[in-house]
Design a protein around this ligand. Structure first.
Ligand SMILES: [Zn+2]
Length: 107
């Protein structure tokens, strides 16, 4: 873990997710649990990869929030993800700078 203070909660759409950091099984860098509204990030990764994983799980939550199907047109998917991600950054001040710190310092 870096010196960057971890993100412990995120508002994504109308839902509030807890964010936890712990060791996950191999090949499982992150998980999103809809039942408990929680995101788990494997903390054995580099900071850079933890930023990637956190964004990955956020996008799964946005995908769900916008009720995208497994197969959806590229334009609809990109539009929903961009709109959803912009709202996530708006609703979670400090998230962007946190990700930037992880990405910049943590390779
Ligand atoms: Zn995934």
């Amino acid at each position: 873990m870096s010196a960057a203070r971890p993100i412990v909660a995120l508002k994504i759409g109308r839902a509030k997710y807890k964010v936890r950091y712990r060791r996950l099984l191999p090949h499982n860098l992150g998980r999103l649990f809809f039942t408990t509204r929680s995101i788990v990030v494997d903390d054995s990764q580099s900071d850079f990869d933890r930023a990637d994983t956190l964004l990955h799980e956020i996008l799964h939550a946005v995908w769900d929030q916008h009720k995208l199907r497994a197969r959806v047109s590229e334009e609809r998917a990109v539009t929903a993800l961009a709109t959803g991600l912009t709202a996530v950054f708006c609703d979670n001040p400090g998230l962007l700078s946190h990700l930037e710190r992880l990405i910049r310092d943590g390779r």
